[in-house]
Write a protein that binds this ligand. Structure first.
Ligand SMILES: [Zn+2]
Length: 159
């Protein structure tokens, strides 16, 4: 029994075309490639073309795979595409901002590391200065005691 309805025969035709065209070579002896048109007149309509299509040096091989897009789709699809492209642009901008922020964060954390190191060095310096200070105070105490002792000795000797 053979099933046949307009819609299934249409998709069957598409599959048949894909299978038939996969091994077809264009006029510059390259395998043809399946592309999708995004022009306002043929939005989303697939076609077979020379792999150099859209480049300057193509042989001109071109064959539609899909039937022509209905007028309603022609009205709607370009608007949807524009919205999608706008979203894509916004996403790209956000990704750029995000990577800039990440780079800033890396810079800030490396600065923080440097500041921490400098702070540790300063703490070590302060500790050394405190030690020196204690040593000098001790020497000063000894000197003061010596002076007082000598003074007392002189006073005792004079009396
Ligand atoms: Zn070609």
């Amino acid at each position: 029994m053979k099933k046949s309805s307009p819609s299934s025969s249409n998709s069957w035709n598409s599959r048949k075309n894909i299978a038939q065209m996969e091994d077809i070579y264009c006029h510059c002896a390259s395998k043809v490639v399946l592309k999708t048109s995004w022009t306002n007149n043929n939005p989303g309509r697939r076609f077979w073309a020379c792999p150099n299509y859209e480049k300057g040096s193509n042989c001109g091989f071109f064959e539609w795979l899909d039937d022509e897009v209905c007028s309603r789709a022609k009205q709607i699809i370009p608007g949807l595409l524009a919205k999608l492209n706008k979203r894509d642009d916004e996403m790209t901008q956000m990704q750029i901002k995000e990577s800039k922020l990440e780079a800033d964060l890396v810079m800030a954390s490396s600065r923080l590391e440097i500041m921490k190191q400098e702070m540790n060095e300063l703490k070590i310096e302060v500790n050394e200065l405190k030690k020196k200070n204690r040593k000098y105070r001790c020497m000063l105490n000894v000197l003061a005691f010596g002076v007082v002792f000598m003074f007392c000795l002189i006073v005792v000797l004079l009396l």
